[in-house]
Design a protein around this ligand. Sequence first.
Ligand code: GLN
Length: 509
Amino acid sequence: MTSIFSTASEMAESLKQKEISSVELVQMHYDRIEKVDSGVHAFLHLDKAGALAKAKIIDDKRAAGEKLSPLAGIPLALKDVLTQKNQPTTCGSKILENWRPPYDSTVVERLNANDVVILGKTNMDEFAMGSSTENSAYGPSRNPWDLTRIPGGSGGGSSASLAAFEAPLAIGTDTGGSIRQPAAVTGTVGVKPTYGTVSRYGLIAFSSSLDQAGPCARTVLDAALLHQVIAGYDEKDSTSINQPIPDVVAAAKKGEVKGIKIGVVKEFQGEGYQKGVLNRFQESLDILVNLGAELVELSCPSFDYALAAYYLIAPSEASSNLARFDAMRYGLRISETAGQSAEEVMRITRGKGFGPEVKRRIMLGTYALSSGYYDAYYGSALKVRTLIKRDFEKAFSQVDVLVSPTAPTTAFKIGEKANDPLAMYLNDICTIPTNLAGIGGMSLPAGLAEEDNLPVGFQIMAPVMQDDRLYNVGAALERALHEKWGGNILKQIPDLNNLVGIFAGKGSN
Ligand code: GLN
């Protein structure tokens, strides 16, 4: 029987067999959202009327015998960083409150063209800056495994919606880890595709040379099905790669690691890593070896400087990208008294419209780019970026994929790191090098840490344009782990129905 607990591929099969209609499937998810989202706060906005109307059209098409895309009629949660025509698109910020974009992002266009039904927009750290969703101007999302904890960030709304069974699929964006770290801490699957393979048109820019949208799901195959829908060349994005996308769905169905060389990054272990994280990581390595993979320990010495380089490059690009929010063209405009100059209105609006983390990044970036400091900071960071790329190239000349824990710890408590930006930044230590090098990365669940019974993520990284390798290795590991657990790790999640009451209303401001 199809239920909210089914995978997207199971739902797709039921739709195809006409055991259920898309309208029923979509309604089922809205019922769930109504029940649990007051506690989880995964969504910022729902488009119930639009989604149900869309589902009805798809059901009619199916009834008429039209050939439909594999994910036609399946509901999806969309991170609020991507424009959707006439739907609120806030990017988690007050500065875009009430803004309704006049156009669809390419990702949304592709979802629509494939008849995927968008349920609504998910919560996120303001302008995708953060690792916990606590930087959202609309209050944090909560981790369905433990509602006192963070669901990761910046795409915590998307990951929480999956783990809470409010949606079977979601879209995230990953600048330094915002798809993979939320996947890790919620026991879900998240993929950052190779940079340039998913269009950034209509993706509100944080750090343009790093930002990349990608699929979030509860299984590797579901992620692959969504990956296939959103990836591909787009002439509207000048950084889009005009090359065929590897067959990620075939890879996800294959899952065969015999003879594959897997590099274990030495730098991503040891001090600062939770014991349960390292234990689950080691167990996954043992499984891969049992399945016939060969392990190679590798050193990527420049990775030690990735975090420092990222926190110069990303804020530098952000300081420039966020200059467009000037109170003049669109979004919030605050003028306190009549006759204020445009400059004053800009200052007041930006002062009130941006939260503290966004301001911190704008200041950091503006400073790093200022004349006299450019070479010392931004210029040096770019050099480190090149060294990191070379480390990857060297590693991939010896192995097919690299692996590491996705994040050094499991989900921390809401509030625990909110006043310590550096501690927050450290959560992305394993995910950032991938973004700097433009390669693809996946996080999938590796089990629960023994200290706290919370999900641990296993990260796989592959060379540019070889994202199929992520799915092949991921599928092999997932199959073995599901066998061990007797199914998906999310089967072990505590029953949300008992918990949400306590937290209802505390998610949002
Ligand atoms: N947590 C990182 C940051 O704050 C990465 C965010 C992201 O990937 N969007 O910049």
